[in-house]
Design a protein around this ligand. Structure first.
Ligand SMILES: [Fe+2]
Length: 264
């Protein structure tokens, strides 16, 4: 585990960008939206936040086609930002490509981060060939061992797929397939304060077994909540901010970033 120092207040400020869906070529669209233009807009808005975040989380579906060009450009944006960035894989990603491309670039692809009173755990729910996700028995055992050894730190779990149903059957069918096994690992683990994910392209907040549950909207297109079938929402691109307090509390919110054309 590598440690990163927290700021003087002991609060850890995070910006989460998820489901960026970049492509090998700039300018490509997803459901009629140029995902890279949209990401640039979100990053520009996020840069205005004061104080600046201590770190950035990129929670999967970073590159729609899993291309190395997409990951390189994403790392370029993170380099411009100059804030430590940590990435995990989603269903659209290519984890092996991510791991090799991000080597030496300003995005870290790793399993844990210790910062101040917190341990952040980055789980890989990528299931090859599937839009659904799973952690697998080995990773769940590793998580159990990490929690045994977390030395009373507060824990934030980060992954791509939702570990609870969010109320839209079509996307809940492609959620975390071994969520029940994850929740077994989390039984009687009061140190686990929150779970943060992407994938659902919408804001979701909840709580289960004393754990804060946070699903986040995308930096590109959003999915309408509580729909039986896939439907886009007309909510603008967004990012989530989080502040992790030394006592384990989590404050969080969503910042929407309308594209200039949205005002036309
Ligand atoms: Fe996505």
């Amino acid at each position: 585990m590598r440690a990163l120092r927290s700021n003087r207040t002991g609060r850890i400020r995070i910006q989460q960008f998820t489901d960026t869906h970049l492509h090998a070529d700039s300018g490509k669209e997803l459901y009629g939206l140029d995902t890279e233009r949209s990401l640039r807009q979100v990053l520009a808005k996020a840069r205005e936040a004061a104080p600046a975040p201590d770190l950035i989380l990129l929670t999967g579906d970073l590159v729609h086609d899993g291309s190395s060009h997409g990951y390189r450009r994403l790392a370029g944006y993170m380099g411009e930002r100059g804030v430590p960035a940590y990435a995990l894989a989603g269903n659209h990603d290519a984890p092996a490509t991510m791991a090799s491309i991000f080597q030496g670039l300003p995005v870290d692809y790793r399993e844990t981060l210790t910062i101040g009173a917190w341990l952040l755990v980055f789980l890989n729910s990528h299931l090859p060939g599937s839009d659904a996700g799973a952690l697998g028995g080995k990773q769940l055992e590793q998580l159990r061992a990490l929690l045994d050894d977390c030395q009373n730190r507060h824990v934030l779990l980060c992954l791509h797929h939702q570990p609870v149903p969010v109320g839209s059957p079509w996307i809940d069918r492609i959620g975390l397939q071994d969520a029940a096994e994850l929740w077994q690992v989390l039984e009687r683990r009061p140190e686990v304060r929150g779970i943060l994910w992407g994938h659902i392209h919408q804001d979701y907040t909840g709580e289960a077994h004393g754990v804060r549950l946070l699903g986040s909207p995308s930096t590109c297109v959003q999915f309408a909540p509580r729909c039986d079938d896939f439907r886009l929402d007309d909510i603008p691109p967004a990012y989530r901010w989080l502040e992790l307090a030394a006592d384990g509390a989590i404050e969080t919110g969503i910042v929407h970033c309308p594209l200039p054309d949205d005002h036309a």
